[in-house]
Design a protein around this ligand. Sequence first.
Ligand code: NDP
Length: 337
Amino acid sequence: STTELPSTQKVVLFEENSDSLDVIKFTDFDTPKITSSNDVIIKNKFAGVNFIDSYFRKGVYPSQKPFIFGREAVGVVAAIGDKVTKFSVGDKVAYLSGSTFAQYTNLTDSYVQILKLDPSTSDESLKFYAASLLQGLTALTFIHEAYNVQKDDYVLVWAAAGGVGNILTQLISKRGAHVIAIASTEEKLALAKNNGAEYLVNHLTDDIVEKVKDITNGKGVNASFDSVGKDSAEISLASLARKGTFVSYGNSSGVVPPLSINRLSPKNLTVLRPQLMGYITTSEEWEHYVRLLFKLIDSGDLKIDLLKTYPLSEYKQATSDLEGRKTTGKLVLEVPQ
Ligand code: NDP
């Protein structure tokens, strides 16, 4: 069965690239329709805010316009094609995909990065799923596969109070490694300390390379998880120990300039520029990491720090706060029903 969907819906989109927030529009848009027998249309309830949407808007990453923002959401299956057997109308789901800052999002029944939730899942828990999936899986896959963090390692975590940084700090500390947290304010550093960080470094006022030398007896760190990019890449490279790993995974300050591979020789360094989707491509990988993530959350080993919920219409304010470095933890949008 399929419920009747309205012909238009509210979405948040942009039509031309800009550094300015003014191109962000909360507007009416056609509702997706079932056009193939494998389609699944989800009515969204909460959607997580992520830094990546700023890259699409600014043109750092390519995009098709009009571009509906959003990379993750939770909601309820609202319509299905006539060959769909995996989902029924009314199923509660959490998923990663584009175009989630919308009342409705179109997927198919072969889509991998979707999770069916228990029918009794409360709205409060749904919000929590929207807050934990993308950033939680990023941190979790990266500490296993980009650099498999070992007990007693020294690890630099940039933007340690941010969405991904918050989770990295907890998971890396829980592994028995020493986290050197980097953030721009004392409040953010206090939060990182609360999450297990052993050493605190202020991005704006401290000499990070010198501090790392002091902390590690001149050796340097085993790995740097660096989401800041342009302003931090050289500091990450200089802070690494012999055989250290530079995990460059974001561009919050701008894109990392080209790096000559010859720069890696003096310390036998490893450099990676991973993206989450490359670690959760198959359903086996997806299910493995999703299960692991929720086990960590259920056991209390990982806390998701949901800072604020904005209405969908206020994405502009949410990303203004995020890009303006005013936030810690996770921001979520509530979609009008
Ligand atoms: P955050 O909550 O971490 O917000 C960004 C933080 O970056 C700010 O709070 C700020 O912390 C820091 N920052 C440093 N320099 C700047 C700057 N010039 N402008 C703005 N912020 C700056 O966001 P997310 O958790 O959503 O994402 C973190 C990063 O991880 C992003 O770069 C994102 O693109 C990347 N990412 C990559 C993925 C991948 O697959 N490769 C997946 C998910 C996220 P402070 O003030 O303390 O410096």
